[in-house]
Design a protein around this ligand. Structure first.
Ligand code: AMP
Length: 537
């Protein structure tokens, strides 16, 4: 037997590295509390001791329901590092789906922030696997029948001397549920090995690979604006800890608080879905400009119009692409070295494309028979991927797993085109693309072009049934305040792009609906399923 230490890729090594490198670095929670990395490190140990007292062992599923907070960061480390499984619960699910996911996961301990106590109380008599609850609060303990254990009190009483064990790096660390627009949510899970490799590759990508969002300053400050239940806030809290950055956690997302934290804590780096960016841009006072805030945009297509409006407000954006099943990093609008000298307009176009792979990721765009599309930005196919951090399976669902991994590549269900440099652009989801007279019309391309009209604030395009063509595109538009774009104006705007050859004339919608609001999913994306139900009659 070799004496060599069998080093397993465990999350504890990320925690250890960050605290040793940056012990005095700060972790800030709203305008309420401040900690150093050392404090957080100690609190992680106390949390593990306390959870052990509550019966948490290797394999125990521990559910967390909280807004973005230092507490959540502590759970990101302590729970998996004990060998237990962190279930990041999507707090925006309906009570029925929430119950389904918590029963399906077989959660045994539930840590719940006070805002969600009524929600959990409403289903607690059916949560038959749960043995203990812990309530998290910023002030006083709310009245509840769930428990009298409060997180801060529990930590105070617990021992700071917990020893995190070594174990197999292939142990399950985290579990979350897809927000799937069809059927029940599906469980996706990641091991320590996958999370560690995702953290390393992501850190290289954020700091080492050329992009408009590269972290280059000595004083970069990180604040997530993707909920921590949504694929580990895209894994960026782990990366930021490894890099020793200051963290700012905003709690519940409120535009005023977000703007205040960006300015007072000097936040330089965030990530969010386009809807949140839209909310921030829309709520800023006239003439206001951030001193330079880099915001990675993923989860949905970043429309060029929004990227331009954000830039006027001092917010610099870049697109990234991934999904719940993929941990999530797959591609980003990184710049290849030989493209660094292209003009600003072209740079913007590259950075809002879906992009090129993160390190260690292989991306192909393939036809039904698995042949690769031509790199001509026209030929469409499905994006299939390989990376060391993709989920191996849907929890307890062999049938869906088989579909996901058909042919040894993970099927994303997204349709894309590729350019000659290898940059992909997602043009739609397989289930959203408009099939009109035998042609595929990309709803995302239409949304992007319509976003450039000065009177358009937000836009969604869906396919609606049509007797002659099978389906036709319908554009649903939220106008800029005080504006009322006419059908003719919008059609003329798109005809310019027909003339330039960017879209075919069949892609121009016959109808534009002007509305006050577009429905969103639980993670803030445009809900096309609901829109189709509303407009498909
Ligand atoms: P979720 O599993 O909820 O994170 O959703 C993943 C899906 O969001 C992907 O399969 C894509 O359809 C979509 N998506 C994510 N990032 C992008 C992007 N940069 N551009 C277009 N669609 C995206």
């Amino acid at each position: 037997m070799s004496e060599a230490y069998n080093y397993q890729l465990l999350l504890k090594h990320i925690l250890e590295y960050g605290v040793n490198y940056a012990p005095k670095q700060e972790v800030v929670y709203r305008d309420l509390r401040r900690f150093t990395y050392r404090d957080i490190y100690e609190r992680v140990h106390r949390l593990a001791s306390a959870l052990e007292e509550l019966g948490v062992k290797k394999g125990t599923k521990v559910a967390v329901l909280d807004w973005d907070s230092n507490r959540y960061l502590e759970c990101y480390f302590a729970i998996p590092m004990m060998g237990a499984v962190l279930h990041t619960v999507n707090v925006r699910l309906s009570p029925e789906d929430l119950l389904y996911t918590m029963q399906h996961a077989e959660d045994e301990v539930v840590l719940v922030y006070k805002d969600f106590v009524p929600l959990v109380e409403s289903i607690s008599d059916k949560l038959d696997t749960v043995k203990n609850y812990v309530v998290m609060t910023d002030d006083t303990m709310p009245e509840t029948k769930l428990t009298d254990i409060e997180y801060e009190e529990m930590l105070k009483k617990a021992s700071p001397n917990y020893e995190f064990p070594d174990f197999d790096e292939n142990t399950m660390a985290t579990l979350s549920y897809t927000t799937g627009t069809t059927g029940r949510p599906k469980g996706v899970w990641f091991t320590h090995r996958k999370l560690v490799l995702h953290t390393l590759a992501g850190s290289v990508a954020l700091t080492g690979i050329r992009s408009p969002l590269r972290l280059t300053g000595d004083n970069e400050v990180y604040m997530p604006l993707t909920p921590m239940f949504h694929v580990h806030a895209w894994g960026v809290p782990y990366m930021s800890w490894l890099l020793g950055l200051k963290h700012v956690y905003p709690g519940r997302y409120e535009p005023q608080m977000i703007a205040k934290l960006v300015l007072t804590e000097k936040v330089t780096y965030s990530h969010c879905v386009p809807t949140i960016l839209q909310m921030i841009v829309d709520n800023l006072p006239e003439g206001f400009k951030f001193p330079g805030w880099k915001v990675l945009i993923g989860g949905a297509k970043l429309p060029k119009g929004l990227a331009l409006r954000a830039r006027e407000k001092g917010i610099y954006t870049m697109a990234a692409y991934g999904m719940s099943e993929t941990c999530p990093a797959l591609t980003g609008g990184f710049l290849k070295p030989h493209l660094l000298n292209v003009d600003e307009e072209k740079k913007l176009d590259l950075s809002i494309k879906t992009g090129i792979p993160f390190p260690l990721v292989y991306v192909r765009v393939v036809h039904d028979d698995f042949t690769d599309v031509k790199p001509d930005e026209q030929d469409m196919g499905e994006v299939v991927v390989r990376a060391p951090w993709l989920t191996d399976s849907y929890l307890k669902d062999p049938e869906k797993t088989k579909e996901l991994w058909e042919g040894g590549w993970l099927h994303t269900g997204d349709i894309a085109v590729m350019d000659e440099e290898g940059y992909i652009t997602i043009v739609d989801r397989l289930k959203d693309v408009v099939k009109s007279g035998g042609e595929w019309i990309s709803t995302l391309t239409l949304e992007n072009l319509l976003s450039l009209h000065p009177k358009v604030r937000e836009v969604a395009v869906i396919g609606v049934p049509d007797e002659k063509w099978g389906e036709r595109p319908l554009a649903i538009i939220v106008p800029m305040p005080g504006e009322k774009p006419t059908q003719e104006e919008l059609r003329e705007h798109l005809m310019k792009f027909v003339e330039e050859g960017k879209i075919t004339k069949w892609a121009v919608p016959d109808r534009f609906e002007i509305v006050d609001e577009i429905p969103k999913t639980s993670v803030g994306k445009i809900d096309k399923k609901v829109l189709r139900q509303m407009y498909s009659r």
